[in-house]
Design a protein around this ligand. Structure first.
Ligand code: FEO
Length: 393
């Protein structure tokens, strides 16, 4: 892919990463990810963010092709995570006179990652950088996703460069705009990106989106995922929903099972949910489905039912990973069902109860713990749990 024109002055110069297996070495990328960088060509030339270092060769080919011998005046750094800052050092090697634009925190991160640079222009909330007809206004949005993150708003074209906010997994295949792509795919991948990476900072996202609401935004240019030019309000509304923990009617059952006994309980619970009229029921085997997808589904639905076998007097290790993530992210507005089994010692259900205390989700009775295999009476209790959770959502 070459560079692409977004509007009169603004160009996309991003790259598609189809090679990386895990984003942040954590989150699966079955459909890859795009690192979006942008250039504003006016009397002055500004670049907004760069791309991951392993793609700098392709990136600089695009940039040089776009600039056609001209030199950029500014590099605006909205976010310092290396998937966007990884080509900064090389950019400065090629264009040593370029001025770096960032906030005070950006400078601290820049020095820490890449060393000292001579031309730095520090901006504060509301500062404006004039490029000619285009003007960039800066909004500090800490913790969306790192402390130094900010957004840049180009006033003439009403384009918001939003950093990670509104971004999602998935390469940009063919088109780059929301009206050129299958937006249903990106909606899920944006929820997955949000819940996996940004969701812990939901309150900061709410604060940022609320401050941006005064802006007339025609186009959203995030650092990942599609460019929203046809319906930017849709992704903003999704972000408001996710950040305010507005969940949908549905239930995610996650179970950890070694020999099928806890799994049998999960199946019975799903029958109870069905009997209570719930249609959106997702069952995940925590050993098989990557946490990334489980986290996204739980973010979406109000009901969460967790079940685990015991393992060495504790909870099944893959389930512990999920609990640990949620104790850290602490999303709200879920109801919780708990079940589990053990053979010779407990450890799973007691850990799930401890989790419910830490996270503060309402626990729906009955809490079920079975020794060895579930009997008919236990299966009946599981069906009852499904019915009771179904009533609460
Ligand atoms: Fe896409 Fe926080 O980096």
């Amino acid at each position: 892919m070459d560079f692409k024109k977004i509007n009169n002055n603004i160009y996309w110069i991003g790259v598609n990463d189809r090679e990386t297996y895990l984003f942040e070495n954590l989150w699966p990328l079955p459909q890859g990810v795009a690192y979006n960088s942008y250039a504003i060509i006016d009397k002055k030339i500004a670049i907004i963010d760069t791309v991951k270092g392993s793609y700098e060769s392709l990136y600089f080919d695009k940039l040089k092709s776009l600039l056609n011998g001209k030199k950029p005046d500014y590099l605006v750094i909205n976010h310092m995570e290396p998937d966007h800052s990884g080509s900064i050092k090389r950019l400065i090697d090629i264009y040593p006179e370029i001025t770096i634009v960032g906030n005070q925190k950006t400078v601290e991160f820049l020095k820490g990652f890449y060393g000292d640079f001579k031309n730095i222009h520090v901006v504060k909330e509301g500062d404006v950088l004039e490029l000619g007809d285009c003007e960039l206004e800066f909004y500090l949005t800490p913790m969306v996703h790192w402390p130094e993150t900010m957004m840049s708003y180009e006033k003439k074209s009403k384009t918001l460069f939003s950093g990670d906010a509104f971004g999602g997994f998935g390469t940009l295949d063919g088109g780059i705009f929301d009206d050129e792509l299958n937006i249903d795919f990106y909606e899920y991948e944006t929820l997955r990106y949000y819940s996996n990476i940004v969701g812990k900072y939901a309150q900061m996202v709410v604060a940022a989106v609320s401050r941006l609401s005064k802006l007339d935004i025609k186009t959203i240019c995030a650092t990942h995922g599609p460019i929203y030019r046809t319906n930017p309000a849709k992704i903003v509304q999704d972000y408001i929903k996710w950040s305010n923990y507005q969940t949908e009617k549905g239930v995610v059952i996650v179970y950890g099972s070694m020999y099928g006994n806890t799994k049998m309980m999960a199946e019975a619970i799903s029958k109870g949910l069905k009997d209570s009229g719930i249609k959106d029921i997702i069952i995940h085997d925590v050993s098989k489905t990557h946490l990334s997808y489980i986290i996204a589904d739980i973010w979406k639905y109000k009901g969460v039912i967790l079940g685990s076998c015991a393992y060495n007097q504790k909870i099944f290790p893959p389930m512990e990973q999920l609990l640990s993530f949620y104790e850290n992210a602490k999303p709200k507005n879920h109801v919780l069902g708990i079940f589990g089994s053990y053979s010779w010692s407990g450890g799973a259900v007691s850990r799930l109860k401890e989790f419910s205390q830490k996270i503060g989700w309402e626990v729906v009775e009955p809490v079920i713990e079975v020794r060895h295999s579930p009997r008919e009476v236990d299966i009946d209790e599981c069906i009852k749990l499904g019915i009771e959770v179904g009533k609460r959502i």
